[in-house]
Design a protein around this ligand. Sequence first.
Ligand SMILES: NC(=O)C1=CN([C@@H]2O[C@H](COP(=O)(O)OP(=O)(O)OC[C@H]3O[C@@H](n4cnc5c(N)ncnc54)[C@H](O)[C@@H]3O)[C@@H](O)[C@H]2O)C=CC1
Ligand SMILES: N[C@@H](CC=O)C(=O)O
Ligand code: NA
Length: 815
Amino acid sequence: MKVLKFGGTSVGNVESVKAVLGIVKSSYDEGEKPLVVLSAMAGVTNLLMRMAENAAERVPFDEDLKLLEERHFEVVKKLIAVKYQNPVFTRLKLMLNELEDILQGISALRELSLQSKDLIVSFGERLSNYMVSKIMEQYVEQVEFIDASHYIKTDSNFGHAHINEEVTNQLIQSLAHTHADKLLFVTGFIGSNENGRITTLGRGGSDYTAAIFGSVLRASAIEIWTDVNGMLTADPRIVKKAFSQPTLSYNEAMELSYFGAKVIYPPTMIPAFLKKIPIVIRNTFEPEFAGTVIQFESGKSVYPIKGISSIADISVINVSGSGMIGKSGFSGRLFTLLAREQINVVLITQSSSEHSITFAVHPDDATKAVQLIKTEFELELEANKLVLPTVENELSVLAIVGENMKRTPGMSGRLFHALGRNGINVRAIAQGSSELNISVIIEKENMAKALNTVHDAFFAELKKTLYVFNVGTGNIGATLFKQIHEQYDFLVENNDLEIKIAGISNSRKMLFNPEGIDLTDWRTTLENQGEVADLSNFVERMKAMNLPNCVFIDNTASPLPSTYYIDIFKSNISVVTCNKIANSGDYKQYKSLHDTARKYGVDFFYETNVGAGLPIVRVLKDLMLSGDRIVRIEAILSGTISYIFNNFTGDASFYEVVKRAQELGYTEPDPRDDLGGIDFMRKMLILARDAGHVIEPSDVDLGAILPQACLEATSVDDFYAALLKADQYFNALKEEAESQKKVIRYIGKLEDGKVSIALEMVDENHPFYALSGSDNIISFTTERYKERPLVVKGPGAGAEVTAAGVFADLVNVGA
Ligand SMILES: NC(=O)C1=CN([C@@H]2O[C@H](COP(=O)(O)OP(=O)(O)OC[C@H]3O[C@@H](n4cnc5c(N)ncnc54)[C@H](O)[C@@H]3O)[C@@H](O)[C@H]2O)C=CC1
Ligand SMILES: N[C@@H](CC=O)C(=O)O
Ligand code: NA
């Protein structure tokens, strides 16, 4: 047989009682008659407690009594056919009258003993079990309501009674014998002492009742029906991806519940544990879900751990001093003292030098613990053999739990890597010698981030989420959103990667949503719901959200975002940028950006700084990392200028071709940056620096394309006006090239640490002769690629290819 135990939420109202009936009925129909243990209706135990306390203070309790009656009567009215209702009302009413008499007695005496409290709260279970048994009677024959206080015999420790196993076992066995044909509804939580006075079993009492009946009757399983899908891998309020574990060992369940998974209270499992009876946690509101089986064996799992538990609030006390070294009795004295005063020690670590002991307690106990230590070790403190104990608050504990950790090396490495990468400082560490649990103490403000990060790190088969904060929604930014939106499902399905745009800003508006901004119509949402843009505030808000796997994308052409990169890295947030400004300012800044990113273990990706989406930065980095050295770089890296000289043919005027390049999205927001050579200069500078050279913008020998009048233009409009007038100049250039059967190319070179960019005319034998569209080309001559250079060629400008490059950088963050 099975024991089915239903908690308060499962008997909370008409609908949930219906669900309970369905579950009991289907178990009954399967042939094995279950034994059912019910808690009081949700909230009733607290209500009874309040009534008892009120009675003792002579505060009226009749309203509460009425409420109690209504809650039960309503269920009866809805779930029992009218013709059967009367006797049920009568019996419930009798119980309620008895309760009222007791409350009146308390009121008269103005005294509420623990014994009377137990008696009063016992009505909760008695009412609910009687009521549901009567409802069940309509569907199943031979149902009986059992008041467990006649069978569970305890001592007189009211509120927290201990069971007399021998007597209890005999009584339960004889009950089973005399009621073999019946479907029993047994009150959870209550027992009675040798004088027949009602007692209660303390926290988790109904689970305990189920475990006792289950173990005495050697049940095939004890099912604990609650309102969650079993024991989850982490607190689902914090970790959205938490999922129910199919199996756990008793030890794993103990560890997980000890730290927070409030589904069951571990001591109540002991009777089942001793008899190796599986406990199954199931959801009354989702009965089709198999739930979690807690059994002797841990069970097979693809994951190295079973779950992550956490305690949000903890205080840490540090005791140190020379007096502790080599003193074998010291920790014994310390922890005996704490145990004697009922201070629960959650975690202990001791340095191997034995110079200090750190332990964690509940914050409410911290001051008392310190006081106790001061008194107990007064002599040592006076003799300076011990330093005054210190307390640190606002801390949390996070623990990874699983029996399989024993057999899997690298678990702590994975834990600390995940925490470190996200900038979460670990204050103390403890690992049980059973290797069932590795616990860390961290700052409370990092708890949510830590739980999510560690969950991602250990349940890697699940999808990882990148949280993106993007500035710049122009040509590139908007195209990137379009691409992410189109690719969303593919990434989730094929790469287990989810990208959430948690923040967007352009120069006018900004918008946040940690759940991810819907990209279907982000423009309208930003416009209608966005706040006034403020970059400094944007960065602060991003930091404050403290999200795991967080990436800042700079899709602007403005110098402003780059002033925040260092601060962003220091908050352990990666940066992806197509904006070249940060890397091409003075060398000191370049160096400091790269050093900071490395120091904080975050990514700084800028593939699109050179050749848009073409793999150039990456190729150079790989060459350098693998020990190759750059001998020479020759390149065409301005997509705009490439396009212009590839299309400045026939009748088209130079002015028209430039305009077209802008319309095609090849130019910088300010086309003077392209035609003035600044953009190309930035790219060459970045390559030279990535190749290991210390070089400043002023070191670049930059040859001009434009006549003086165009260079002097002070606005984009002036520039175009000057360009219109410069037809003569460009036509002459073109004619000169054509007459020599050559083409015009703007070519950059890096050799011997020197960078130059110049306009050249090349013939058909030159490797850069045959280009079209916005093609870029780069040839790396290196120590290894000496005879024939490594060449990368293809479209080097345009929104689609650039956004794709930013996208690729993004998905590589943290990879
Ligand atoms: N067009 C191309 O082929 C390539 C472009 N890039 C780079 O892409 C970047 C963006 O170019 P486009 O999208 O064409 O520019 P755009 O002018 O179309 O868009 C720039 C965006 O940045 C926003 N912005 C400017 N200052 C801001 C601030 N302080 N705070 C918040 N938002 C701000 C603007 O509101 C606008 O949404 C540039 O840095 C460019 O060098 C890089 C490689 C290739
Ligand atoms: N404006 C740039 C775009 C890529 O960085 C170019 O024309 O190359
Ligand atoms: Na590139």
